[in-house]
Design a protein around this ligand. Structure first.
Ligand code: NDP
Length: 503
């Protein structure tokens, strides 16, 4: 195991600041637990305000140093390309670290690592194509243009479910534009970010451009989000935490991107291919143990096909192979944390006491020694109404609430009756209906005859209490840059000092 954690000393990590691993000023540490067996496997340093101060200062200083501020855009692109290459070389190791940290399937983490270099190559290609505009302003002898500049120091706070993937959605465009960053990974899944930081150093980025501080959200994360030296916060996590982060940042008028939770509707119409639709529902809510922000956790089945699709879904749920996430045959691993498992089990109890009926699953999975880990059966609830907590709250586990609907108008009202607006899916052969749904649904991403399909090239981000701002695609460049207007008067004439020049 020790060869996985190359930059831990005796299974303990320091912070990564100014391209060095350093100890916490308090020397306090936190333990990371492998959710497959409940065993501790490494420690991270626990940052306090002083440590955050240190990291933000490092990032602020790096922002104006010539080895970063004055290099060409093409050179920044080369750095990004090199980072992508190094992820490719170390992908297997990084994937294994993440699986041991969050319990997601090794196959899934390997797939994430295999595609991650592409994100860096994409933004590497974009680094020297970031442009402003020339804008005519109805004034003779005036040249008016915009410059797209770095915002400054970006704080990136990420959750545990896909640590490097989510971190990269904010990091790659931030670096392409020329920002410096301070990253705060989730307390339980910090190792991959720290190992990745060492690769960034190997890629040749100057000290202070990328810094990683680890620790608790309510201390380290909080200190980062309220630090006046920040210029932007990219937060990915739960809606309640996002509200706190946005409030803290607002005290300094620091803008944020908020990639928050969801309770996404996943819809099957009577004309859909039932087999593909049932597979889509499984992919939407049981993959990754339902620990994805885009989980299709409210499933709406048209009344006429309700029984048929439900039966198919129940059979699929019962046949899901639960087990060790390191095993290639496993389809559902443990939940990432003991607390997460307890939260999911408590929601199953709430669902039952609110009148929901368990169609399949509903228990912890404890056979074959799994009682030491945090496994929960894929669970299908019926007899759910949209006002029940299992239909309203983000559970972040393998639990789907199935509900019937009559027709399109009945569906849209029900599907939009949520505080969230992250994603939605629809299964139908009728393109007109699919397009009407896509227009009427309040969700940042709409999938038609597919689900949980994402690309670094395409903007991603939610509406309503799922957040604001976009990651990925050219939108990532816009999010992590600022626009400056420059006005050049080449008339050679002096102006009236007391009148604003509107013409
Ligand atoms: P949390 O909101 O609990 O944590 C996210 C990050 O914020 C962690 O690094 C956490 O640190 C930190 N944090 C916690 N409290 C604070 C605070 N007061 N100030 C600053 N930072 C803080 O989310 P989870 O880790 O539980 O992740 C699951 C959530 O993330 C779900 O709601 C999910 O929907 C959402 N998510 C959204 C995505 C999107 O793109 N929209 C993608 C993936 C997940 P610590 O680990 O120490 O608590």
């Amino acid at each position: 195991m020790s060869n996985l954690l190359e930059h831990a000393r005796e299974s303990r990590y320091g912070f990564f600041i100014n391209n060095q691993f350093i100890d916490a000023s308090s020397r306090n540490s936190l333990t990371s637990i492998n959710p497959a067996n409940g065993q501790p496997w490494y420690e991270i340093s626990d940052a306090n305000e002083q440590d955050i101060e240190h990291a933000v200062n490092a990032a602020r200083q790096a922002l104006t140093k010539p080895d970063w501020a004055d290099i060409t855009q093409t050179s920044r692109g080369k750095f990004l390309r090199r980072i992508g290459d190094l992820i490719g070389e170390h992908g297997e190791r990084l994937a294994e670290i993440e699986t041991r940290d969050n319990g997601k399937l090794i196959r899934e983490m390997q797939a994430q690592m295999a595609s991650l270099p592409e994100t860096y190559y994409y933004y590497a290609g974009m680094a020297d194509k970031i442009t402003g505009e020339t804008i005519p302003v109805n004034k003779s002898n005036v040249f008016n243009f915009t410059l797209r500049e770095p915002v400054g120091v970006v704080g990136i706070i990420v959750p545990w479910n896909s640590p490097l993937y989510l971190l990269s959605n904010a990091l790659a465009p931030s670096l392409a534009v020329g920002n410096t960053v301070v990253i705060k990974p989730a307390e339980n899944t910090s190792a991959s970010a720290l190992e990745f930081a060492a690769l960034i150093r190997e890629a040749g980025l100057p000290p202070g451009v990328v810094n990683v501080v680890t620790g608790l959200g309510e201390t380290a994360g909080e200190a980062l989000s309220r630090h006046p030296g920040m210029n932007k916060i990219a937060f990915t996590g739960g809606t309640d935490t996002g509200r706190k982060v946005a409030t803290n940042a607002a005290a300094n008028l620091v803008p944020c991107t908020m990639e928050l939770g969801g309770k996404s509707p996943h819809v099957v119409f009577e004309d859909a291919d039932p087999e593909r639709a049932a597979n889509g529902i499984v992919a939407g809510v049981f993959a990754a143990g339902g620990q994805t922000c885009i989980a299709g956790s409210r499933c709406f089945l048209q009344e006429t096909i309700y029984d048929h699709v439900l039966k198919n879904l129940g059979e699929k749920a019962e046949n899901v192979i639960i087990g060790d996430p390191m095993n290639n045959a496993t389809q559902l691993g443990p939940l990432a944390l003991k607390e997460q498992m307890e939260k999911v089990m408590s929601y199953i109890d709430i669902g039952i006491s609110d009148g929901g009926v368990i169609h399949s699953g509903g228990k912890r999975s404890i056979d074959h020694g799994r009682d030491r880990g945090f496994y929960v059966e894929p669970t299908v609830f019926t007899d759910v109404t949209n006002d029940m907590r299992i239909a309203r709250d983000e559970i972040f586990g393998p639990v789907v609430a199935v509900m019937p609907f009559k027709d399109e108008s009945d569906l849209i009202d029900k599907a939009n009756d949520t505080i969230y607006g992250l994603a939605a899916g629809i299964w139908t052969q009728d393109i007109d209906r699919a397009m009407r749904f896509a227009k009427k649904i309040d969700a940042g991403t709409v999938w038609i005859n597919t689900y949980r399909s994402a690309s670094f090239m395409s903007p991603f981000g939610g509406f309503k209490q799922s957040g604001y701002g976009k990651h990925n695609g050219y939108e990532g460049i816009r999010e992590f840059s600022r626009l400056k207007n420059v006005v050049v008067d080449y008339s050679g004439k002096s102006q009236d000092p007391f009148i604003m020049k509107l013409k």
